[in-house]
Design a protein around this ligand. Sequence first.
Ligand code: ADP
Length: 626
Amino acid sequence: MFKQDQEIFNILLEAISQGVIIVDEHQVIIEVNKSAGKTFGYPKTELIGQPLNILIPKAYHTNHESHFKRFIEIGKRRKMGDETMDIFGVKKNGNTFPAKIELNPFSIYKRPYTMALINDLSEKKKIKKRLMLKNKALKSASNGIVITDNLKPDNPIIYCNPAFIKLTGYSKEEILNKNCRFLQRDDRQQEAINKLQNAIKNGERCQVTLRNYKKDGTLFWNDLHITPIKDSNGIVTNYIGILNDITNKKIIEEEKNHLATIFDESLNEIYVLDAKTLKFINANYGAQKNLEYTLEELKNMSPVDIKLEYTESQFRKELEMLDNDNVEKIEFETVHQRKSGTTYPVNVHLQRSKLGERDVYVAIILDITEQKNYTEKLEETVAKRTEELNAALAAEKNLNELKTKFLSLVSHEFKTPLSGILTSTMLLSKYQLEDQQDKRDKHIKTITDEVNYLNNILTDFLSVERLDKGSYNYKFNTFKVSKVVNEVVYSANMLLKEGQHINYPDNIDELSLHQDEKIIELALSNLVNNAIKYSEENTAIDIDVMQTKETTIFKVKDQGIGIPLKDQKNIFNRYFRAENALLSQGTGIGLNIAKDHINNLKGEIYFESTENKGSVFTIEIPNTAE
Ligand code: ADP
C-alpha cells in the first residue's frame, strides 16, 4: 500500500541518518532503511517480514512484548527506556549494543503501525565512560589540578580537584571563578611569574616553580605545569594546570646544596679518591687553593704524588687499616707538597665512603702549619721562661745568701761595739780616783763613738727602707761644692788612721751645684770613709772635683786593699762585702744607698780598683737637678 508513493518514501527514508524500522501491529517488520540495516548488521531485504524480536536481546523479549502492547494501546509517541534504564539492540552477529529508540505510532487505513527511530549509543556510551574514568582520575590524582576558562576575562578557574583543595587549604567556593594568582599573595616579584604570564599570552605550555601560599599563610613551592587546550580553530579555550608541592624536595635540595657549598668552600682540604686506583675524583676549593693544582690536574694524580713521605705501597698500607674494617677512620700527620714545590705539615683524616656504587675514600686535611708554628713558639717561650725562672731562682739564692751574710754581719757589727761599750762601762766604774779623769774620758769617748757607730748603722737601715718604698723626698738648693767637701773632710779627719792624710781638691771655690746637698754629702762621705777604712796607715786619699758645663765629677782615690776582681760586679749590691773587707767593720749598705740616691738624681757612680793597689770611686752628677 505504500508502493504508490514508493519513490518519495524511499528518498525520505534513506535521507534520515537514524535507523528507521516500521512494524505492523504484530511486530513484524515491514520496512527498514539502510541505516537501520547497518546498525543491526543485516542487509535491508533480510529484515523485512521478520519479527521485531530478532533485533531485541532475548532477555528483554517478554518484557518487551507487554511494553509494546501497552504502547500500542496508549498510541502516543515516546522514547523507549528512561534515564536510568538502558535499551539494548542485538546485531545479526549476536552482539548487543546500547540504543536510543524513539517509537512513533501511526495508522493508515485504520491499521496501526509503529515507526521506530534507532540511534546506536555505543560510541556515545564509550565516550561517556571514558569521560567518567577521566573525571575519576582527576579526582583521585594526588597532584592539584585546575582548569581555567581562557575565554572569560582574567582566565578564572572553572574546575579544581580535591587534591588542589587539600593542598591549598581553600574551599571550592573560594577557589572557583578566581584567577590562580591568589596563591602568590603579595609575593609577586618572582621570575617564574613572568615566564608563566608570557606562556599564557602566547598560548603555550610551560613549567615553572613558584612560591605559593596556602590559606593559612604557609609557603609551599609549587612545581606548576600548564597546558593550553585549543579548539579546532586553534583558539585556546582552557588551560589545565597541574600543581605539585615540592616544598620538601626543595628543602632537601637546599640542604644538599648548602652541604655541597660547605664542602666546596671549606678552607680545609677535602678530597675524594677512588679506592682502587687511588686517583683523585674530586677536590674542593680549599684543596685546589692550598695545593695550587686545578681539579683537572688532580684527577690525574693520587695522594702519593703530594705526600713526600709516602710511596704507593706505604700509603696502601695505611689504607689497609681502614679496609680491614677495624676502624672507622684513620688519622696521621704528614707533609704535603704544593705544585710550586713548597711543603706544609698536615693532619690527614681518612675514611671510607661510597659514590654511587663506587668505593671511594674521603680525606679531610688540616693544614697544621700555624699549629706547628704555635707549638714551636710555645716551646721557645717555655725555654725562655725556664731560663728566666732559673735566673730568678739564682738571684733569689744569691739574695738568701746575702741575707744570711747580712744577719751574721749585723750580729757581728752590733756585738763588737756593744762589748766595747760594756768593757768601757766596766772599766769606768773602776776609775774612781779624781786624777783618773783622763782614763774616764777615754772610755766615755769609746762609748760615745760606739753608740754613734751603731746609730749610723741604724740610720743606714732606715734609709734603705725609705729608698725601697720610694718615699724619699729630695730637697734641692744651690750650694757651694767646697761647703760639702769641707763637711765631709772634717768628719773624715776624725776617722783617719795613723799617718793617713786627705788631699783636698784644688780650685773648687767657684763651683756650686743645685742639688740635694745632704745626699751629695752622704754619698761623698761614704766614699771617703771607705777609702780611709780600706787603706792602711800612712797612705794618702785624694779627692778631686771637676765641673763641666752640665756635670760635676767627684773622684775619691785611695792606695788601699782594692777590690778582688771576682767581687767587683757585686760591690753595689745591698749587704755585699768583698772577701778582703771582712776584717773591717761594715754592713755592705753604704754604697748601695749611695748608688740608689745618685741614680735617682740622674747621676752615676762607678769605680776602678786593683786588689792591693787601691781604688778610685767616681760620682758624676748633673749640676742642676730638674
Ligand atoms: P761597708 O763598707 O759597710 O762594708 P759599703 O757598701 O760601703 O759597705 O761597701 C761595700 C763593700 O765594698 C765593702 O764591704 C768593701 O768590700 C768594698 N769597698 C768599698 N769601698 C772600698 C774601697 N775604697 N777599697 C776597697 N774596697 C772597698
